[in-house]
Design a protein around this ligand. Structure first.
Ligand code: FPP
Length: 252
């Protein structure tokens, strides 16, 4: 595995977020139903969770169901919810073995009750673990902002927030990702080059990597290619290249 943590803060990798795309195309190319692609996609989640553990990644966020995915045919939505339920039931052991805290990111109130209950239970059971698997479920950045604004306005009304004191650090506490670091690396599989309403604000300074591989086949080699690309980049966060080099020389 490539180095994940050089001397510089600027290339440290704490959080990888993945748009797991291409399940349907993987299935179509094999003359299979789309749901077979999703099943294979769920199997691949276990592999990528293990790869993330190997590099001791603090947070892995997976875009499993968007707030726009409800528009898909009902049969596909129902099948995705059933897969999610079996994933939560079957992968508890993996989470305990790998010491991973599972937490949802999204408007979980709108998910089916069985899924909500399993999410709450698994989240509670794993909350003391050091690493996080964040599952983005019924998630969309625009929905997230609207929900955050509502909560913030409520806090202003209650006298707990003061608009004159607003700053990103304070406002971002109202996002679904409140306690998570921002993604360092955002990967989208299947060759599509869009962010599709995923962690748009949190990815303000993320490095973006588009992999040509469909999600069901996104394995060790493809993951390593993404990490390698990340480590070849210079993250400047608004500074100049010269300033970054100076910081590196100073070991900061
Ligand atoms: C995109 O493929 C994938 C999704 C909409 C959902 C991703 C879901 C899974 C991997 C399964 C559920 C995950 C968990 C953790 C239970 P697509 O259907 O848009 O593919 P296409 O663009 O080729 O049609």
């Amino acid at each position: 595995m490539p180095e994940t943590d050089s001397n510089s803060e600027h290339s440290k990798i704490r959080h990888v977020a993945i748009i797991m795309d291409g399940n349907g195309r993987w299935a179509n190319e094999r003359g299979l139903e789309r749901i077979e692609g999703h099943k294979k996609g769920v199997d691949n989640v276990e592999l990528v969770v293990k790869l993330a553990s190997e590099i001791d990644l603090e947070v892995l966020t997976l875009f499993a169901f968007s707030s726009e995915n409800w528009k898909r045919p009902k049969a596909e939505v129902d099948a995705l919810m059933a897969l999610l339920e079996s994933f939560l039931l079957e992968k508890k052991k993996l989470l305990h073995e790998q010491k991973i805290h599972l937490r949802p990111v999204g408007k979980i109130e709108d998910l089916p009750e069985n899924v909500r209950n399993l999410l709450r239970e698994t989240c509670r059971e794993t909350q003391s673990y050091p690493r996080t698997l964040a599952l983005a479920l019924n998630y969309g950045s625009r929905l997230e902002v609207l929900e955050a604004v509502k909560k913030y306005a409520q806090a202003v009304g209650d006298g707990n927030e003061h608009p004159d004191e607003i700053c990103w650090k304070k406002f971002s506490k109202y996002l679904y990702t409140s306690d998570l670091p921002d993604p360092d690396l955002m990967i989208r599989t299947s060759g599509e080059t869009r962010l599709s309403n995923f962690l748009l604000l949190q990815s303000a300074y993320a490095e973006i990597y588009y992999s040509p591989v469909n999600w069901p086949e996104f394995g060790r080699e493809a993951f390593e290619d993404a990490l390698k690309s990340y480590h070849q980049r210079e993250r400047r966060f608004g500074k100049t290249g010269a300033q970054i080099q100076e910081l590196k020389v100073a070991g900061k």
